[in-house]
Ligand binder design. Structure first.
Ligand SMILES: N[C@@H](CCC(=O)N[C@@H](CS)C(=O)NCC(=O)O)C(=O)O
Ligand SMILES: *[C@@H]1O[C@H](CO)[C@@H](O)[C@H](O)[C@H]1NC(C)=O
Ligand SMILES: *[C@@H]1O[C@H](CO)[C@@H](O)[C@H](O)[C@H]1NC(C)=O
Ligand SMILES: *[C@@H]1O[C@H](CO)[C@@H](O)[C@H](O)[C@H]1NC(C)=O
Length: 231
């Protein structure tokens, strides 16, 4: 793998934000060191690198921290523009479209995700968050059709920004499926997304990074709830 200088990711294995960054590093063929953080007892390196948000992921490049997953992805894509595929489209118009949908995923899917898992005090509140997730996923079904133009990914032939941003949530979706007793990415309701999920999970860059052990994710949920994280 290309060296890329010294790269280190501070992360949590279940974090959708961390997962997307690791997939991009894999897509680019960049070797990196990965340090697992304990959100209940954050490392001095994390607190020193991102003192304002204290969140993962942080990417350290030559010791300098870069924060916020979507900013990190763009940084990687710019620094290693010549290495591996472009994650953001080169065309400025296409790039604007990709940024629009990536922000949509974090606004709508991200808030439904915390609502379904962390912020629900009753099953009624969970159901309300599930309904918001359903609506966002239906919208994204249309976005996939528009962005992919019949190709396998939001990014076209290859995985792009919107793919990694949405794909980072897939491990949690499988856990939520177990909790609610049905598929969030339902093959009948959102057939394009369901087929996309299979392709995304099978991609080399995603394998081993997108969690596939639902029991382990659900056990991790209990530790997050216990430390009051993601509120
Ligand atoms: N907008 C941030 C979100 C990152 C985020 O929320 N990370 C969570 C883990 S999934 C975190 O570090 N939370 C800090 C905490 O729970 O104390 C990004 O995209 O990087
Ligand atoms: C917190 O992490 C430090 C190392 O980063 C470790 O020495 C310490 O024992 C941990 N504390 C708890 C309460 O887990
Ligand atoms: C990272 O976040 C810290 C605050 O937490 C800030 O001081 C620093 O400038 C940020 N670095 C980048 C590259 O965003
Ligand atoms: C930092 O955290 C705040 C509060 O959660 C959030 O609104 C913001 O988007 C995060 N990122 C930056 C760069 O401030």
């Amino acid at each position: 793998m290309a060296g890329g200088g010294d790269l280190k990711v501070l992360g949590v294995w279940t974090s959708p934000f961390v997962i997307r960054v690791r997939i991009v590093l894999n897509l680019k063929g960049l070797a990196y060191e990965y340090a697992e953080e304990d959100l209940g007892n954050k490392s001095a390196l994390l607190l020193g690198s991102n003192p304002v948000n204290k969140s993962v992921p942080v990417l350290l490049h030559g010791g300098r921290p870069i924060n916020e997953s979507r900013i990190i992805i763009q940084y990687i894509d710019e620094v290693w523009a010549g290495s591996g595929p472009a994650v953001l489209p080169r065309d400025p118009y296409e790039r604007a479209v990709a940024r629009f949908w990536a922000a949509y995923v974090d606004d709508k899917v991200g808030s439904a995700w915390t609502g379904m898992l962390f912020r629900c005090k009753s099953e009624e509140e969970r159901a309300e968050a599930v309904a918001r997730a359903d609506e966002a996923l239906r919208t994204l079904e249309g976005a996939l059709e528009e962005c992919s133009k019949g190709k396998p990914f939001f990014g076209g032939d290859g995985i792009g920004l919107v793919d990694v941003v949405l794909g980072g949530y897939l491990g949690w979706f499988a856990a939520i499926d177990r909790i609610i007793g049905r598929r969030l990415i339902d093959p009948v309701r959102t057939p394009l997304l369901a087929a996309w999920e299979q392709r995304f999970r099978a991609a080399d860059a995603a394998r081993g990074v997108v969690p596939d052990d639902v029991d382990k994710v659900l056990a991790f949920l209990q530790t997050l709830l216990a430390i009051g994280s993601m509120k």
